[in-house]
Design a protein around this ligand. Structure first.
Ligand SMILES: [Zn+2]
Length: 74
């Protein structure tokens, strides 16, 4: 069931996790509904499938950052 405040005023999303520069996970401060940025840059419900995709994206993203830092150290 949706929080009354959310159905009246909309969700108050706060970033719960940064997956990549473009993809983030959000949690609603009021009802704790979780959403994520999808491939179109829009918000969509954070399903187990999306969590899986995001964890893969995050791993790739972290690897890329690490590689950039290594190059920077040289
Ligand atoms: Zn909400």
């Amino acid at each position: 069931m949706k929080h009354l405040y959310c159905s009246l005023f909309g969700h108050k999303y706060v970033v719960s996790k940064k997956v990549t520069y473009h993809v983030k996970e959000y949690t609603c401060k009021n009802c704790h509904e979780e959403v994520t940025t999808n491939g179109n840059g829009k918000l969509t419900l954070l399903t187990p499938k999306h969590k899986e995709i995001n964890s893969v994206l995050e791993r790739i993203h972290l690897k890329r950052i690490k590689r950039q830092q290594l190059m920077f150290d040289r």
